[in-house]
Design a protein around this ligand. Structure first.
Ligand code: UGA
Length: 475
């Protein structure tokens, strides 16, 4: 039995982005032989030297451990496919002009895979794709003359979060395998056996996480179309939870309630669950905004108007404007004011700034004529590419440099270090002790006692002036 569990599978992963690179390195970590293919020669050359292009915990160490042993990098797709039993497609599926997923990279890769099929292969969709993509992959392979018995297509969606991707991969809530045949399901079963049997968690040097030998990773085998929908529906549902609590937070502000208590009270109901109920400045990133639109499109193509999803998006946009208005009403006027902005990444523990709500808020402030001094522990380099440093915008080396002489300090990203600021030092540096916190990192009562004007999301503001000045209707 343990021999079966430890049988290495020859795997090819196409694409070395967040999903592909993490999958390739983690498959090597669980004991498989992996070749990761990318057509970007520079990226491959740099990966071959052990350089990780993204900010992701554990990834550097795992790559160093497995490079040129369990995992190799190449631009040669044909050879990599020939040598592999399973071929994972993890290329980008960007949003097209209509909002649907652009599958041209997937199609291009599938036509190349066709040339490398010399024996039975399982072709696995790892990228987030709309329902029925598996059927299109099958059709393209057939058009290239590949006989049915030489391949199966499986949908195996990834549920990893940026920043905790490695732990999410090795300690998943579930592994979903949408397989066309028992033969294909068996190959995926072997690939994930170290996690589903618990064997991986018994290793002395296993990456630690919530799962263990007694409670290993659960696997769910479904049809390919169910698996494809599970991915889109899961991301859409999580975004819905966030938008829901964000509207609740606005109600809390109006009636003097505390959204954190409300979320806690709701989350204790096991049917609701406490996760993804943190009110803030809206969700961002490369997945939720894109996947929500794509899923709406999928529904539309089936003649179903999934209006709920458009509402989720509308609320998300509104939440950013609402936060901006909060800054406006706290500072009265914005032109010429200096604002310290902590956080550029779309969330903590990542350098990713795609669809970052914090960046949108900084843009609104710059448009309103404010000067912004911005700091992020990891995302400043990427941020400079979309928001170049100029007269009104300055990037600084830490939180305290940002605060120096500022009229107010904003917290825009949930970085753990922003929850542990030296408040006395900040008070000495800020022009006025005003903190506007879009992530609810501090206790508002304590902030009041410490002498701050502290405005957060869905909780009473500790600014005595606010009670007497009527607030505009921001929604
Ligand atoms: C998301 C999903 O959580 C993953 O399961 C999925 O695999 C991934 O998309 C994907 O499809 O690739 P990710 O985009 O890395 O992962 O980020 P999340 O941790 O989900 O956060 C998304 C956004 O929601 C962030 O801007 C975060 O600040 C915000 N958020 C999250 C809230 O505002 N409140 C919450 O309670 C939770």
């Amino acid at each position: 039995m343990s021999e079966i569990l430890n049988t290495p599978v020859n795997i090819c992963v196409i694409g070395s982005g967040y999903v592909g690179l993490v999958a390739a390195v983690c498959f090597a970590e669980t004991g498989h032989h992996v070749v990761c293919v990318d057509n970007d020669e520079q990226k491959v050359a740099s990966l071959c030297q052990g350089k990780v292009p993204i900010y992701e915990k554990h990834l550097d160490d795992l790559l160093a451990k497995h490079l040129n042993k369990g995992v190799h990098f190449t631009t040669g797709l044909h050879d990599a496919v020939e040598r592999s039993e399973a071929v994972f497609i993890a290329v980008g599926t960007p949003q097209s002009s209509t909002g649907s997923a652009d599958l041209s990279f997937v199609e291009a890769v599938v036509s190349e895979i066709a040339r490398g099929i010399n024996s039975y292969k399982v072709i696995v969709e790892k990228s987030t794709v709309p329902v029925y993509t598996h059927a299109w992959i099958r059709r393209v392979l057939s058009r290239y003359g590949i006989q049915d018995h030489l391949f199966d297509v499986v949908s195996n969606p990834e549920f990893l979060r940026e920043g905790t991707a490695v732990v999410d991969f090795l300690h998943p809530d579930r592994i979903v395998v949408g397989a066309e045949t028992p033969k294909a399901a068996e190959v995926l079963g072997r690939i994930y056996a170290p996690l589903t049997s618990g064997e991986y968690y018994s290793r002395p040097n296993a990456i630690a996480g919530p799962l263990n030998v007694k409670s290993p990773a659960p696997i769910l085998v479904t049809s390919p179309q169910s698996a494809e929908i599970i991915k889109h529906a899961s991301n859409s549902f999580l975004a819905l939870k966030i938008s829901f609590i964000n509207v609740v937070s606005t109600i809390c502000e109006s009636v003097g309630a505390d959204v954190d208590d409300v979320a806690k009270g709701m989350g204790l109901d096991a049917r609701i669950g406490s996760r993804f109920l943190s009110a803030g400045i809206g969700y961002g990133g490369s997945c939720f905004p894109k996947d929500l639109t794509a899923f709406h499109n999928v529904a539309q193509q089936q003649g179903i108007d999934f209006k709920l999803l458009t509402e989720v998006e509308r609320i998300n946009e509104q939440q950013k404007r609402h936060f901006f208005q909060k800054i406006h009403s706290t500072l009265w006027t914005l032109r010429g004011k200096k604002i310290a902005a902590l956080g550029l990444a779309f969330k903590g523990e990542t350098d990713d700034i795609r669809d970052s709500p914090g960046i949108d808020i900084i843009k609104m402030l710059l448009e309103a004529g404010s000067k912004v001094s911005a700091y992020d522990p990891a995302a400043m380099e990427r941020s400079r590419e979309v928001l170049p440093e100029e007269g009104q915008l300055q990037y600084v080396q830490d939180e305290y440099a940002a605060a120096k002489g500022a009229d107010a300090l904003l917290i825009l990203t949930h970085w753990p270090q922003f929850a542990k600021l030296d408040l006395e030092r900040l008070k000495g540096l800020l022009k006025f002790p005003i903190i506007i916190d879009g992530r609810n990192l501090y206790d508002y009562k304590e902030m009041h006692d410490k002498g701050f004007t502290y405005v957060s999301v869905g909780r009473p503001a500790s600014h005595s002036g606010l009670e007497t000045i009527p607030r505009a209707n921001f929604v």
